[in-house]
Design a protein around this ligand. Structure first.
Ligand code: SIN
Ligand code: FE2
Length: 213
């Protein structure tokens, strides 16, 4: 068998000033991370939210932490409560926070204190169109994005929607951090290719950590 040199490779790839891919950075956290994710999803199951325009999002989402990102007919916002259950979002597991803080520090952002983790679940064919993460109260803190399961092509664009995005292949365990001058870069995800991953089956899971409030 020819080994796949790119799967889970530990390499740092600068994407732009303030943005970096930390290849395989989450791999040492894998076991506890996946176990903690299972507990979060038990308490706050994945659901398809509706955009303000009335479209059902193809990416299934949930949250953990003090604040959770939600969208409905009234708009996008952070909310301390899960609108499906009326209860607070599950607390952010320590292993989630440890990973996010360490990845941010490695990328040059010391003192990251995430209070929100949006969990996205992609199935084959699902994509995320280009957008900016701008519902947070300020843009001082970076975004830390952790990829689990099936690989995907991340689109890392510029400060304008029309800027041609760079295509960045992301594998299980990869982490992307963008902040500072890159904080408001457009980004998205190409349609997921079908496949099977031993930990996530036919899905890709993405965790994005933010300082929302
Ligand atoms: C996001 O922009 O919220 C998610 C990005 C990703 O799934 O890689
Ligand atoms: Fe985003």
């Amino acid at each position: 068998m020819i080994p796949d040199l790119f799967e889970g490779e530990r390499r740092d790839v600068p994407l732009a000033p303030g943005a970096i891919l930390l290849g395989g950075f989450a791999l040492p956290f894998e076991g506890p991370l996946v176990a903690a994710l299972g507990r979060v999803v038990e308490r706050a199951p994945f659901r398809h939210m509706v955009t303000p325009g009335g479209h059902r999002m193809s990416v299934a989402m949930t949250n953990c932490g003090a604040a959770g990102w939600v969208t409905d007919r009234t708009g996008y916002r952070y909310d301390g409560h899960d609108p499906e259950s009326g209860r607070r979002w599950p607390p952010m597991p320590d292993v989630f926070a440890d990973l996010a803080v360490q990845a941010a520090a490695r990328a040059g952002f010391d003192g990251f204190a995430p209070d929100a983790c949006l969990v996205n679940r992609y199935e084959p064919g699902t994509r995320l169109s280009l957008h900016q993460d701008k519902n947070e109260r300020d843009f001082e803190a970076p975004i830390v994005s952790v990829s689990l399961g099936l690989p995907a092509v991340f689109l890392f664009g510029g400060s304008h929607r029309a800027d041609t995005p760079r295509r960045v292949p992301l594998a299980h365990g990869d982490v992307v951090v963008w902040g500072g001058p890159a904080r408001l870069r457009y980004h998205g995800v190409m349609p997921l290719e079908p496949g099977h991953h031993p930990l996530t089956g036919g899905h890709r899971i993405n965790l994005t950590f933010r300082k929302a409030t």
